[in-house]
Design a binder for this molecule. Structure first.
Ligand code: FPP
Length: 224
């Protein structure tokens, strides 16, 4: 568990509200996703500036396959484009990109873009950007725990450090099968703001709120 003052936090974000953002503007629901991708660019840059150690973004859950075929195809294409265009820029900024979740159901073009982005940015030390695609925390835990490993082995297989701070946009207050093991001691932050409207200032304010929180991890904290 992180206890040192110089620990760079692991921040996770459930990016919700793209569909409602579009609907509120008389647009088809999927029209919110490309605008959401612009927010991703802004928030990644802000995470670098704010000294975030790892940023895990929930881009596509295993349940999202139930969405209309055209919306799913649009999201897959958007994720591929993001990786192709952003990986070189993020590489220059020292960002390491990894993707978590199943790959066997993804379009081949996206799988290739993921592999290329991961290889290119493998040495990045500034920020670890993790994108969850076709991800379910329950599935990940079941797969990692199949032979009843000890906690250390399980954590290594999940491949994720504990989440320090989880943000969810879009008004709902639930975890939706995201990083269930890793969020055991996460501080939580929920905002009504829909993801396409979420700004660098919103993110900075949330991080400032997180830094003010007294984290006891079940123990006793000293009075301020
Ligand atoms: C939830 O909005 C959002 C998603 C299902 C997709 C998230 C994808 C992006 C933000 C864009 C691409 C991501 C990256 C990493 C480049 P919703 O459609 O469920 O919104 P609603 O709650 O209003 O229905």
């Amino acid at each position: 568990m992180p206890t040192t003052l110089d620990h760079k936090p692991h921040v996770a974000i459930i990016m919700d509200g793209n569909g409602r953002w579009a609907e509120a503007r008389g647009l088809p629901r999927p029209a919110g996703h490309p605008v959401g991708a612009d927010t991703v660019r802004t928030i990644v840059q802000t995470a670098i500036e704010e000294g975030v150690g790892a940023l895990t973004l929930y881009a596509f859950s295993t349940y999202n396959w139930q969405r209309p075929e055209a919306e799913v195809a649009g999201l897959m294409s958007l994720l591929r484009q993001f990786l192709l265009i952003e990986a070189p820029k993020l590489h220059r900024a020292g960002v390491r990109i990894t993707v978590l979740g199943r790959r066997d159901r993804l379009p081949l073009g996206l799988v290739k873009a993921i592999g290329a982005a991961e290889r290119r940015t493998a040495g990045g030390k500034t920020l670890h950007l993790r994108v969850a695609i076709d991800y379910s925390a329950r599935d990940a835990i079941i797969a990692a725990a199949a032979d009843r490993p000890d906690a250390g082995t399980l954590v290594a297989r999940l491949g994720t450090e504990d989440v320090d701070f989880l943000i969810r946009t879009g008004g709902d207050q639930r975890l939706s099968d995201f990083l269930l093991w890793e969020c055991a001691y996460a501080e939580l932050s929920f905002t009504q703001t829909r993801w396409p409207d979420y700004t660098a200032a919103d993110f900075r304010a949330a991080l400032a709120d997180f830094r003010r929180r007294n984290r006891s991890f079940g123990g006793v904290t000293e009075a301020a």
